[in-house]
Every structure is written in structure tokens, then in C-alpha cells.
Design a protein around this ligand. Structure first.
Ligand SMILES: *Cc1c(COP(=O)(O)O)cnc(C)c1O
Length: 468
């Protein structure tokens, strides 16, 4: 399998070449040259596999430059009961007939980012060792990505992490999770700005090819293809648990921000997984809902980005979205480059032509938005009716899922975090504290290790230079 860029650079690269990269040299995102099609017999064979083995099967369709035995070792080392809390790795929790939560948040940082990042840590260590190289990972986070990356990379040989987060905007629990890490290879930079400022700095540094080369800068942000690929696996795993045979369809409802999670669902669907609807849920930051309803994509400015109670979805510009648009446009790299480089980068928006927008439905996407009041009501209702406590992001997903029922089709709502990470909202909704895993008692009181920086590309480059 080879990879190309969404912006028309047709140079074909192998998986190992793009594994450690962020954007393609032309500013686009990497995608496989085609989606391997999974037939009925393959689905039947996969249905009974344990998660680590299913992950190996799916990954091996997209990775042909790591020996199969090594890849299998990596997936089995990653997806263990010890790390993810159950044999199923992503167990389903039934709510009512035809409606499940798929639990993706039982990894080390209690959010679904661990599903991909734990694998990425092992892939990076493997590939760097194979090449005899080192890497400095630069990332931006509004919370969950950063902690998942740090817990995946801490103590790994040959890897340093420089993680930018919006100063004072993460929950106390998220800050404690990240900033309490004392590993020497982990650097927390608290940027005086919002998440998009952090993301812009990462993009600017990554676009400075000389700096990138000199300091061996890599990324683990959601634009990383390997992360997206790892996420494809749990769509299959969820499907197999929710169905009896392979002619049944399901819906997935996905609390969305940077469009990474649901883009993996799109890939699974393109491979032939019987997904009826991909239900995209946003919070008040509804750029994506607006697009799927209107065919117009209008990124928001920093000051237009709402600070909400589902903060990991507080984005104004969805970094993976270009991948879907490329597929929607029949993989026309010229047109994609025009929309994102000439229109989004210069004018902050584009509108699809009506003939282009009309194709959206055939990709299974529908969408909706949810507000703080919706989250609180959904958390309360779910607790009262089912005795299940959900976090605010999952609540956004569940709220929007209920707006898109299809007769006879089961819906899986992806649970993207555990409620303990967002205690304020749980207290507001339920009047009591969310349950806290014993291992995390008192984490907020631990000493914190972080450096505050202004939203300046040069200051971040300076910090990296001093610490390499
Ligand atoms: C990252 C995150 C999301 C959004 O996922 P995307 O891949 O950015 O769309 C939703 N919920 C939680 C808890 C997250 O951490």
C-alpha cells in the first residue's frame, strides 16, 4: 500500500515513510492510494478475532513495509487487558434496545485517544530503533490528545515530546494528568491562547522545513495517518459485537472535533463495513454540523470559538476534514488544494458546488449540534433511566444520535471519555461527584511540571532548540 497527498502531490510513499511525518510536503494530508475492500468471507473470519488480532489484520492491509510478525507483536503488546481494562478492549454497554455505548475510554488516560496513541508509541519506538534515529514530537492539544500522547511516549527511547496546550483552558484533572508527569522526555508548554493558536504554531513549525529537519520534528496530532488507521479497528470491533451477521447495518454516532474519529469511521465504511449512517455530533462549535447541513465550510476565528463543557470538541477548524473532502470530490487533488489552500487559507471558507454537496448523502453522513443544556439534560436522563454516567462529549454524541434513528438499525454511540475527567459538568447534572478510579485519587495535588509561553512560533522554536 502506498500513500499520496490530498493536495495533488502524487508521489507515492510507503507507510514507514509517512509514519513519522505530519503534513505532506505540499501541505495536504496523507491517504492511502485506495481503500482495501473487505468481502463477506473476510468479515466472517474477522468476527471471531480478539481485538489485538483484528487490529493486526486491518493494519496489515495498509502496512506492507513492516514484517507481519513484527506488526502482530506490536498490536498484541498494545491492546492488552492490563492497559484497557477488559478482554473486549472496547466493550459495548447497552442502554436500550438498539442503542449502545461503545466504551473507548478505558486506557491509561481515560479517553479514546489512547486507542490510537498507545499503538503509535510502540510503532514509533519500533521504527526509530530500526532506523537508528531519534524524534522530537511536537503536538497541540486541548486536553485529551496531549495526555494520551505523553502517556504513550513517556520513557520511550529516542523520543521527546513537546506538547502545546491552551493555558488555563483544560480541566484541572486534565492538567493534573499531563503536568504531573515527571519523565525527562516530556515537555509541557502552556500557550497563552486557545487551542487553534497552539495548532497554528505546530503547523507553522512543521512548515519550516529547515527547522523541522534540523530538530527532527515529528507529530502525533490527529492528522497522523497511523492514528487514524488505529481508530478504524474499533468500528469493526463495535460492529461485530452489536450484530449477529454481516448483512446487518449499524449507525455510529461520533462526538467530533478535529474529524479524526469519524474519519476513521468513513475509512471503515469505504472498506465495506456495513455502516448505514455516520452521525456527526458537534457542540456549540458547530463548523462541521454547518458543513454537513449546507455544503459550506466556514472556519471560525479564535474569538468566535466557544469555551464549552465538552472542551475536546472546541475547535474552529477541523484538521482531518480535508481527507473526507478529497474523497467526496472523487479524489480530485487539484480541486481539494484549491478549496483548502486558496479559499480556506485565504478567505477562511469555501462552498461546495451543488453537484458536489449532493454527494454527501452517499457517504452516509448526517449531523447535529448539542449545547451545554443538552449535555446536562442528556447526562441526567441517562443516569436516571439506565444508571449509567456519561461524560459531556459522549452526551453530545448521544443527544444527536437520538435525532437520527433509522427503523431496525442499531446505533453505537462512541464513548470518548470517562466522566471523571469532567467533574464540574457531572456535578451540575447529577448533584454528585463522578466515580474516580482508585489509581487516580489525589492526582490534582501532585507537583506540576510545565512552562508558560506566549502564542509565538519563535518562542516555541527557541524552547525546542534549548531542550534538544
Ligand atoms: C478528541 C476528542 C473528541 C473529538 O475527536 P476528533 O477525532 O477530534 O473529532 C471527542 N471527545 C473527546 C473526549 C476527545 O478527547
Amino acid at each position: 500500500m502506498k500513500y499520496l497527498s490530498t493536495r495533488g502531490d502524487a508521489t507515492e510513499r510507503g507507510f514507514s515513510e509517512i509514519l513519522l511525518e505530519g503534513l505532506a510536503p505540499d501541505g495536504g494530508l496523507y491517504l492511502p492510494t485506495h481503500y482495501p475492500k473487505v468481502d463477506e468471507a473476510t468479515l466472517a473470519r474477522w468476527r471471531v478475532l480478539p481485538y489485538a488480532e483484528l487490529a493486526y489484520e486491518i493494519l496489515s492491509l495498509f502496512i506492507d513495509d513492516i514484517p507481519g510478525e513484527d506488526l502482530r507483536t506490536l498490536t498484541h503488546k498494545t491492546y492488552t487487558e492490563a492497559a484497557f481494562g477488559s478482554k473486549a478492549i472496547v466493550p459495548l454497554k447497552p442502554l436500550e434496545p438498539g442503542l449502545y455505548l461503545e466504551a473507548l475510554s478505558n486506557g491509561p488516560t481515560l479517553a479514546f485517544k489512547d486507542m490510537a496513541m498507545q499503538l503509535l508509541g510502540n510503532l514509533f519506538e519500533y521504527e526509530l530503533k530500526r532506523r537508528g534515529e531519534t524524534l522530537n514530537i511536537l503536538g497541540a492539544t486541548s486536553g485529551d490528545t496531549g495526555s494520551a500522547a505523553e502517556y504513550a511516549m513517556r520513557g520511550k527511547q529516542g523520543v521527546r515530546v513537546f506538547m502545546l496546550s491552551p493555558h488555563g483552558r483544560m480541566s484541572p484533572f486534565q492538567q493534573a494528568q499531563m503536568f504531573s508527569l515527571q519523565d525527562a522526555n516530556i515537555h509541557n508548554l502552556a500557550v497563552q491562547g486557545v487551542f487553534d493558536d497552539c495548532q497554528d504554531i505546530v503547523k507553522a513549525v512543521s512548515n519550516d522545513l529547515a527547522f523541522k529537519r534540523q530538530y527532527r520534528i515529528g507529530t502525533v496530532n490527529s492528522i497522523n495517518w497511523a492514528r487514524l488507521l488505529a481508530q478504524v479497528v474499533y468500528y469493526f470491533a463495535g460492529y461485530f459485537q452489536a450484530t449477529q451477521n454481516n448483512d446487518e447495518q449499524v449507525n455510529f454516532a461520533v462526538p467530533s472535533g478535529n474529524f479524526g474519529n469519524i474519519c476513521a469511521g468513513h475509512v471503515a465504511r469505504m472498506m465495506g463495513l456495513p455502516i448505514a449512517q455516520l452521525i456527526l455530533a458537534t457542540n456549540e462549535n458547530d463548523v462541521l454540523d454547518e458543513f454537513f447541513r449546507s455544503g459550506s465550510y466556514r472556519v471560525r476565528k479564535s474569538h468566535e470559538t466557544h469555551e464549552t463543557s465538552s472542551p475536546s470538541m472546541d475547535i474552529s477548524k477541523a484538521s482531518n476534514f480535508e481527507r473526507f473532502v478529497f474523497d467526496l470530490l472523487g479524489r480530485d487533488g487539484e480541486r481539494t488544494r484549491h478549496l483548502f489552500k486558496d479559499e480556506v487559507e485565504l478567505q477562511g471558507r469555501f462552498s461546495l458546488m451543488p453537484t458536489e454537496a449532493a454527494r454527501i448523502a452517499s457517504f452516509g453522513f448526517v449531523s447535529g449540534r448539542s449545547t451545554h443544556a443538552d449535555r446536562v439534560a442528556t447526562i441526567r436522563d441517562t443516569f436516571e433511566r439506565f444508571g449509567v454516567t456519561i461524560d459531556p462529549h459522549t452526551a453530545d454524541g448521544l443527544k444527536v444520535a437520538r435525532e437520527h434513528p433509522l427503523p431496525g438499525i442499531t446505533t453505537l454511540v462512541l464513548e470518548t471519555a470517562l466522566p471523571i475527567k469532567f467533574a464540574d459538568t457531572i456535578r451540575e447534572a447529577l448533584g454528585h461527584e463522578p466515580e474516580r478510579p482508585a489509581a487516580l485519587a489525589g492526582i490534582e495535588a501532585l507537583p506540576k511540571r510545565f512552562t508558560v509561553v506566549p502564542p509565538s512560533v519563535d518562542r516555541v522554536k527557541g524552547y525546542i532548540g534549548e531542550h534538544c
